[in-house]
Design a protein around this ligand. Structure first.
Ligand code: UDP
Ligand code: MG
Length: 311
């Protein structure tokens, strides 16, 4: 039977949370009275989550496992879930229970009103370091400023998407994915629902600074050319400065006041512009590396066991 709802939860070493996640999702989804499926995507876990997903799938056929061949990252794991999902509405949640499954009912209510994307807005966050909250808040505001699409502030991947939206998302095969940007980009009728983001149920964050930084870069490069244009702006500023400086220096030297005779000025100018140029080359590199990844055309992920495979 085609399920009405698909719940997608990416799993990377979440063995302690999984049984509770399943239990709470089951209670919430059964209360809707509609058929549902829970897709658990194992993103290369090594703490026993994989076996736990398999045994949940054996217990309850509504649990559909996707086991990756290695760790591909959160955004890719969710992408696999979207690819395999069959529901009329698809809900993405974290498997660490920071996104309370009970909020799904609010998302569904908005969907029934006719909204095609319903994202959950973090009104409050519990149990997170000030550094995480601060960088997250900075990140959302930066993205909002410099990208062309308006990604709602303080929303993560916790959201509901209609089948129509999921089909469009599934046709977007870019390698460096920023799903909340992509789901804002597609348009359709969108709305937000506020919720209180809970603390992690167990374990520690799977998003160290390095991964957060990569996600931020993917978001910026995926949705904006602004960093590339910075080089142009800086170039104009430097050219303008030199046009003003050249006659001043020339007059200074000709009138013999002794100004601008030192080497320090030259050295500073060379170092400064050299630095600026290297940064600009690095920015170019970020874009070129991404173009290269697209051109290689490798699959987004490698599945070692799909939902319908026998072990
Ligand atoms: N996750 C994943 N692959 C990764 C990192 C994270 O599938 O490489 C999953 C993780 O299991 C969790 C979700 O992505 O369900 C969000 O990760 P996390 O809770 O660590 O991020 P945070 O909430 O701290 O931003
Ligand atoms: Mg989390």
């Amino acid at each position: 039977m085609q399920p009405t709802f698909t719940i997608i939860a990416p799993v990377y070493n979440e063995a302690e949370s999984l049984p509770v996640l399943y239990q709470r999702v089951k209670e919430v989804m059964d209360s809707t009275g509609e058929p549902w499926e829970l897709m658990l995507i194992d993103d290369g876990s090594n703490d026993g989550s994989t076996d736990m997903i398999r045994s949940l799938a054996k217990q309850d056929e509504r649990v559909r496992p996707i086991i990756f061949a290695r760790n591909f990252g959160h955004q890719i794991a969710v992408t696999a879930g979207l690819d395999y999902s069959r529901g009329q509405a698809v809900i993405i949640i974290d498997s660490d229970l920071q996104d309370p499954p009970e909020v799904i009912l609010d998302l569904i209510a908005k969907w029934r009103e006719g909204f095609e994307v319903v994202y959950a807005v973090r009104a409050e966050r519990e149990g997170e370091t000030w550094f995480k909250t601060f960088t997250a808040s900075l990140f959302y505001r930066l993205i909002y400023r410099i990208t062309d699409i308006k990604i709602p502030l303080d929303t993560g991947d916790f959201r509901l998407m209609d089948r129509k939206v999921v089909n469009v998302m599934n046709s977007m095969r870019e390698k460096h994915r920023f799903l909340r940007g992509m789901s804002a980009w597609v348009g359709f009728k969108q709305t937000g629902v506020p919720y209180k983001r809970a603390a992690r149920f167990a374990g520690s964050t799977k998003y160290p600074f390095r991964k957060m930084f990569r996600l931020a870069l993917n978001a910026i490069t995926g949705f904006s050319y602004f960093p590339l244009q910075v080089a142009t702006y800086l170039g104009f500023i430097a050219a303008l400065l030199s046009i003003i400086a050249i006659p001043i220096v020339a007059i200074g030297r000709l009138t013999g006041t002794g100004a601008f005779t030192g080497q320090a000025t030259t050295l500073i100018a060379v170092l400064f512009l050299g630095g600026v140029q290297l940064i600009c080359v690095g920015i170019l590199g970020e874009y070129i590396g991404r173009i290269y990844d697209e051109v290689k055309g490798r699959p987004l992920y490698i599945v070692s066991q799909g939902p319908d495979d026998k072990e």
